[in-house]
Design a protein around this ligand. Sequence first.
Ligand SMILES: Nc1ncnc2c1ncn2[C@@H]1O[C@H](COP(=O)(O)OP(=O)(O)O)[C@@H](O)[C@H]1O
Ligand SMILES: Nc1ccn([C@H]2C[C@H](O)[C@@H](COP(=O)(O)OP(=O)(O)O)O2)c(=O)n1
Length: 260
Amino acid sequence: MSAVDARGLSVGPGTLTGVSQVTRVQGPRAAASSGERLVVAIDGPSGSGKSSTARGVADRLGLAFLDTGAMYRAATWLAVHEGLDLSDTDAVAELVRDAVFDIALDPARPTIAVNGHDVTQAIRRPEVSAAVSAVATNLDVRKDLVARQQQLIADAPAGVVAEGRDITTVVAPDAQVRVLLVADPAARVARRQAELGSAVDAAAVTDQVIRRDADDSTVARFHDAAPGVTVVDSTHLDLTQVIEAICALAPGQAGAEPRP
Ligand SMILES: Nc1ncnc2c1ncn2[C@@H]1O[C@H](COP(=O)(O)OP(=O)(O)O)[C@@H](O)[C@H]1O
Ligand SMILES: Nc1ccn([C@H]2C[C@H](O)[C@@H](COP(=O)(O)OP(=O)(O)O)O2)c(=O)n1
């Protein structure tokens, strides 16, 4: 038995204790075309504001929100939890292939669980941030997670705002709105430092942002815009201004008044 909420997300067998509006993805399968629904794709480097902006855009436009980075983080958490050597690419890919992800696409309360573990908080820990590129650069893992992301996007009836590193180019290249969100490296490091606080030292923050981007950019193109992708530079814009700039790119939204 499953119900459908206001955003059309399934609530049913995949629901976990304390986690509602969950969509379960058990393995890759072909994605349907996006049809009349609205798909907004946002890529960019770490700290450019993708997650906060995508949540705001999804809320404003009444769409689902998909944080694809959370899936790579959850896969990393699982591999570490299972004691795998992350450089053993075959073992990691096999583990991820058999994993069950339960993902809530509600922008007001995004959650993620893997194999029954709610890892919404745990995947933000510095040790996951430090290790995630080893999993995100595993090409078999990418193939698997890209297929699951395409399934999630296809299954969100009203549409979705999806953010990551390869959404505009690989996951949803046919999205109606495609944005590369950028910001100066200094601004991105400062934002991440402000978010993590003084408990995390400056070298670790710089590693999380600059070194990780260098590693991640070996498998995804997110430093320059692919043809048809609009660049939004958030360095000197506040979050509301970035959300408005991206909403204005959506069909029928140019000049629309922001919601109160
Ligand atoms: N335009 C902006 N101006 C100032 N701070 C921002 C802006 N966008 C996001 N932030 C803040 O920067 C930090 C990183 O944002 P986040 O959305 O997690 O970026 P990303 O998903 O690209 O890594 C968060 O603390 C967020 O609140
Ligand atoms: N579509 C995606 C999304 C994220 N990744 C990788 C890149 C990052 O190192 C990790 C985590 O992504 P996440 O968006 O959470 O990272 P930031 O919070 O922006 O620093 O996953 C990816 O390779 N492809």
